[in-house]
Design a protein around this ligand. Structure first.
Ligand code: NDP
Length: 250
């Protein structure tokens, strides 16, 4: 399970699944670049990781802005060397009725969850290919959602963005696998993070509240364990897709 000598970047590391993943990758020996917009959160997590004996670098960047991402990739490369483990995790969920036509929210979900992921791929893929070319393990792990497989009301745009992430990942694998870069998509279900805190639709909030009562949600660490396990397989083993449910969620 060791990730010694790995150089990782985790997007969305300022909270939730990303923060838990960064913490765990560092605990397993990786040097971890923490990427998100809230630098104060990243600085605090970097400090926590260093106090526990790990290595972490806080890098503020907005994944919807290719220029700041390119600068971030340059800074990570200058500090740690070539990134060989990319966890593209940052995302937003802003559900509402489709007939409410919340176009600003639609656009933000597409900008962050789809275009943002492509910007991350653009910024870090050259390093992954270099690492694989040099015989090192190389991983591109995307955070999709079980919602990429299911349909229910108010989630049309979010679910569509996650279906795009899953299919993008499966399809990229057909080109990158033969070059030694593993591509994996993790598809969690209900996980206790800040994600649901951005929901303004009353109907969705009522559903979320009853779901919290109905079953025990995943902890972000549960998902982080899947990411760390995936990245620590032998280089010839690619766990390409993992769906993670709370046991009592159907
Ligand atoms: P959080 O809201 O806790 O974390 C989201 C992270 O994304 C934050 O660190 C946030 O950082 C970052 N982020 C958002 N927008 C941007 C941006 N433009 N640029 C850079 N970073 C950004 O939610 P989760 O931890 O739950 O979400 C992580 C991933 O898991 C998401 O892709 C989500 O869709 C997915 N997921 C979550 C599930 C759940 O039930 N929680 C279930 C299935 C999938 P900052 O605001 O500092 O930029």
């Amino acid at each position: 399970m060791s990730l010694d000598h790995r150089i990782a970047v985790v997007t969305g590391a300022s909270s939730g699944i990303g923060a838990a993943t960064a913490r765990l990758l560092a605990a397993r020996g990786a040097k971890v670049a923490l990427l998100a917009r809230r630098l104060d959160r990243l600085d605090a997590l970097a400090q926590e990781i260093k106090s526990a004996g790990g290595e972490a670098l806080a890098v503020a960047a907005d994944i919807t802005d290719p220029a700041t991402l390119a600068a971030a990739a340059g800074r990570i490369g200058a500090t740690y060397g070539t990134t060989d483990l990319v966890v593209s995790n940052a995302g937003v969920m802003l559900p509402s009725a489709i007939q409410a036509r919340n176009t600003a929210d639609w656009r933000r979900e597409v900008d962050v969850n789809v275009s943002g992921v492509l910007n991350v791929v653009d910024a870090f893929l050259p390093g992954l290919l270099d690492a694989a070319g040099a015989g090192r393990p190389a991983d591109l792990i995307t955070m999709s959602s079980m919602t990429s497989h299911v349909v229910f009301p108010y989630m049309a745009v979010y679910n569509a963005t996650k279906a795009a992430v899953s299919h993008l990942s499966r399809t990229m694998r057909t080109e990158l696998g033969p070059q030694g870069v593993r591509v994996s998509v993790v598809e969690p279900a209900m996980t206790a993070t800040e994600l649901q805190g951005h929901v303004t639709d009353e109907g969705v909030n009522a559903w979320v509240a009853q779901a919290r009562e109905a079953f025990a949600w995943l902890d972000p660490h549960d998902v982080a364990e899947v990411v760390a396990f995936t990245a620590s397989r032998p280089a010839h083993v690619n766990l390409s897709q993992v769906v993670v449910y709370p046991t009592r969620q159907t």
